[in-house]
Design a protein around this ligand. Structure first.
Ligand code: SAM
Length: 216
């Protein structure tokens, strides 16, 4: 099955897949960042994009599922977010080229049971981070309890922070790893049951200016 077909079926198969709430790690990390331009990779039903927009960010939110993106747009409208605050894009990130200049690029649980070029997508997105901007990649450090039910237990869906940092391959001269850690949290799964989860969190900051060769 193609990725687009899988995710479209997944979203179209229920009226709501996720809680609609912002990811806690985003609230913890972005609370201290000045609002600017943000790119949300695999935005799902838009909880993070709406939260960022409500805090003054200009957001581009991308997901392969048109249904998920439509739900995100509806959630933004319901939350009173002006239409021009979030650009919603229904597209496969495998062949989507981000424009440069984002102050924050986030990827929360960008995973798929259908093979896809995740590292290429993240590397390309890292290239779109503005000088002084941040790249935030959050994934499951351990399988969520609902993993087998939702078929999201593939090994490539799980990453330790060290593995994620290594896979990103960021130039150490240009990037500072601000956070690379596992954090636990309590959540409610798509099945409505409480669950203890472990998130792998990597936050990297791009240097504020390119190293220059003129000795200054
Ligand atoms: C586990 S969900 C996470 C959604 C959201 N980031 C969140 O934290 O609630 C993974 C999301 O990635 C999207 N996705 C998977 N493969 C994709 C691809 N190749 N291009 C764009 N989005 C993709 C899916 O449609 C899904 O919404």
């Amino acid at each position: 099955m193609e990725a687009a077909e899988f995710w479209e079926q997944r979203y179209a198969g229920s009226t709501k897949v996720w809680s609609g709430r912002v990811n806690t790690v985003l609230t913890e990390v972005a609370a201290d960042l000045p609002a600017g331009r943000a790119l949300d990779l695999g935005c799902g039903e838009g909880g993070d994009a709406v939260w960022l927009a409500q805090r003054g960010w200009q957001v581009t939110a991308v997901d392969i599922s048109a249904t998920a993106v439509a739900r995100g747009r509806a959630a933004a409208t319901a939350a009173g977010v002006p239409d021009d605050r979030i650009t919603w894009v229904a597209h496969d990130l495998s062949d989507w080229i981000p424009e440069p200049g984002f102050d924050l690029v986030s990827a929360f649980f960008l995973q798929s049971p259908v093979e896809f070029a995740r590292q290429e997508i993240l590397s390309r997105a890292a290239g779109s981070v503005a000088q002084g901007g941040h790249l935030l990649v959050v994934s499951h450090a351990a399988p969520p309890p609902w993993a087998s039910q939702w078929h999201v237990h593939h090994a490539h869906d799980l990453s330790s922070p060290a593995e994620e940092v290594a896979a990103l391959g960021l130039d150490a001269g240009e990037w500072e790893i601000v956070l690379a850690e596992v954090r636990g949290r309590e959540s409610i799964g798509p099945d409505g049951k409480p669950a203890s989860l472990e998130d792998s969190i990597v936050l990297a900051r791009r240097a504020a200016s390119e190293p220059n060769g003129d000795g200054s």
